[in-house]
Design a protein around this ligand. Structure first.
Ligand SMILES: [Zn+2]
Length: 347
């Protein structure tokens, strides 16, 4: 038996509540709701594969289905606690990887080695120190049902961050609190940390990682039928990008559009995500807006569509999309070649 410090490993609260289950003390943090053992029974991982349970095809497909949409083909992946490489195999059915490496201490790594490009048997910190793994070299780092076994999950997340490229994704899965919706706590002696949504996302945030997707109720097996899985990244910079709406395939081949609607969506949406050089002029029935400029283009009354032909009209309104479309078709049907509502560019 050994003791861990009585301080919340997630938020650092110095005096979390203490209670005893099965003769062993653990904490509960009233600030972030993390719970962790103080009294820990040593566990021999050499003969035990972490993540060894939950190898059903349904479970592996659910995990791979959660991760796959967030990575590109050709990614380099590192899975910490990869057990026999089942998740790697499931992911490789959905995506190509330029490299898929694993870390596993148990003998399961012999099987993993047949499914992955390389399997290491050292902690990530040691692999970085020896140069076997390079800093900032992976697009995806994964760890399933591993973090809850570690004395200091924070140290391991710090090591994961070091091997992640700036844009890389981190996938984690742990039991959600006790791991079973009907059982108030879990007394698995090899589990040291009991994460909730707030404590896991807070731990990641402390390391500068933003949780983009979180899911509870993920089934590992009967005992851990309520697992928590998250996908996190470093926060993306808040950058305007006119290509997001202007380069939509619906506008392919269109030089300039007439934007119907010079209201709030101009500043809130088009100013950030639509190239003003693609706007011929605005139309708005509010005479107070006519004769002014929006994004450098004039605002005119609807009759402006009566001059010229072959217009592409962008309906810049969600609430009034249907009546605007009806009015354009009725009054200017012969002059307008295409009507594209902004709802379609956002879809
Ligand atoms: Zn805490």
């Amino acid at each position: 038996m050994y003791e861990l410090p009585v301080v919340c490993a997630v938020c650092g609260l110095p005096e979390p509540e203490i209670f005893t289950i099965g003769g062993l003390r653990r904490t509960f943090c009233p600030s972030c709701h993390h719970s962790q053992r103080i009294d820990v029974e040593p566990f021999d991982y050499k003969g035990f594969a972490m993540g060894g349970a939950g190898r059903t095809p349904e479970r592996l497909a659910a995990q791979a289905g959660f991760v796959a949409p967030h990575i590109a083909d050709g990614a380099r992946a590192l899975e910490i606690g990869c057990a026999a490489g089942d998740l790697a195999e499931a992911l490789r059915r959905r995506k190509t990887f330029s490299a898929y490496h694993g870390v596993e201490f148990s003998p399961a790594r012999d099987i993993a080695a047949t499914r992955m490009d390389r399997v290491f048997a050292k902690p990530v910190e040691d692999l970085l120190a020896s140069g076997e793994v390079e800093a900032a070299s992976y697009d995806l780092v994964l760890s399933s049902h591993c973090l809850e076994h570690l004395d200091s999950p924070s140290d391991v997340i710090a090591a994961m961050l070091r091997v992640m490229k700036p844009e890389a994704a981190l996938f984690l899965e742990v039991p959600h609190r006790g791991g079973h919706a009907r059982l108030p706590f879990d007394d698995n002696r090899s589990h040291i940390h009991f994460f909730g949504v707030s404590s896991l996302t807070r731990l990641l945030a402390r390391h500068g990682l933003e949780t983009r997707v979180a899911e509870t109720g993920a089934r590992l097996d009967e005992r851990y039928s309520d697992s928590l899985r998250v996908l996190a990244r470093r926060p993306a910079p808040l950058r305007a990008d006119p290509s997001i709406l202007s380069d939509h395939p619906k506008l392919a081949g269109v030089d300039k559009v007439v934007v119907w609607g010079a209201g709030r969506m101009v500043e809130e949406m088009l100013a950030h995500y639509f190239d003003p050089a693609r706007i011929a002029f605005f139309i708005d029935k509010d005479e107070g807006k006519q004769a002014s400029l929006r994004l450098g283009a004039p605002v005119r009354g609807p009759e402006a569509l009566g001059a010229g032909s072959d217009w592409t009209v962008l309906i810049n309104s969600l609430e009034f999309e249907a009546p605007i479309r009806a009015e354009i078709e009725q009054r200017f049907g012969a002059r307008v070649a295409r009507i594209i509502p902004i709802s379609e560019l956002l879809d």
